[in-house]
Design a protein around this ligand. Structure first.
Ligand code: HEM
Length: 151
C-alpha cells in the first residue's frame, strides 16, 4: 500500500486538487463576491493581490504535475495512446495557464497600479474566460487519466 509509486501518485493528484480548486474558487466564489461587496478601487487592490498569489499557486501546482507525471510514466513503464492524448491536452493547459497568469495577470497587475479603467475590465474578463477554459481542460485531463489506469 505504501510505495514510492503511491506517494508520487498522491502528490500528483494533490497538485490537481490545488490547481483546479484554486481556479474554480477564484472564478465562482471570490471574483463575484469581490465585485458585489467592494467598491472599485478596493476591489482592484484586493484583486491585484489575489492575481499574484493565485498565479504562484497554479503555476507551481502545474510544475509539480509535470514533474510527478514524468515519474508516473517511469513507474508504469509504458506509453499508451491515451497518455499521448493526455499530454497533448496538458501542453495546451500549460500554454493557457502561462498566458493567463504570466501575461494577462501581469498586465492587469501593472495597469491596476494607476486605478480602475476600461482597459483593465476587458483584461479581467479575458483572464476569467481563460481561467475557465483551463479548469475545463483540466477536468478533461482528469477523465483521460482515470482511463489510464482503468482501461
Ligand atoms: C494538468 C496536468 C495533469 C493532470 C490534471 C493530471 C491528472 C492525473 C490524475 C487525476 C491521475 C490519477 C488517475 C488514477 O489514478 O486513476 C493521473 C495519473 C497519471 N498521470 Fe497525470 N495529470 C497531469 C499531468 C501529467 C503529466 C504531464 C504526465 C506525464 C508526463 C502525467 C502522467 C500520468 C500517469 C503516467 C498517470 C498514471 C499513474 C499510475 O497509475 O501510477 N500526468 N494524472
Amino acid at each position: 500500500m505504501l510505495s514510492w509509486r503511491m506517494v508520487v501518485l498522491f502528490i500528483h493528484v494533490s497538485a490537481v486538487i490545488v490547481a483546479l480548486g484554486a481556479s474554480l474558487f477564484s472564478t465562482f466564489a471570490l471574483a463575484p463576491i469581490l465585485a458585489e461587496e467592494l467598491e472599485p478601487s478596493l476591489r482592484l487592490r484586493v484583486g491585484r493581490r489575489v492575481i499574484r498569489r493565485l498565479g504562484a499557486i497554479v503555476l507551481t501546482a502545474l510544475g509539480v504535475l509535470v514533474f510527478t507525471g514524468i515519474l508516473n510514466v517511469l513507474f508504469i513503464g509504458a506509453f499508451p495512446a491515451l497518455l499521448a492524448a493526455k499530454l497533448v491536452v496538458v501542453v495546451a493547459v500549460i500554454a493557457l495557464a502561462l498566458y493567463q497568469h504570466a501575461n494577462l495577470g501581469i498586465r492587469i497587475w501593472h495597469l491596476s497600479a494607476a486605478g480602475p479603467g476600461p482597459a483593465i475590465a476587458a483584461l479581467q474578463q479575458r483572464y476569467r474566460r481563460v481561467g475557465l477554459s483551463v479548469g475545463m481542460l483540466v477536468l478533461l485531463i482528469v477523465y483521460l487519466s482515470l482511463g489510464l489506469t482503468r482501461a
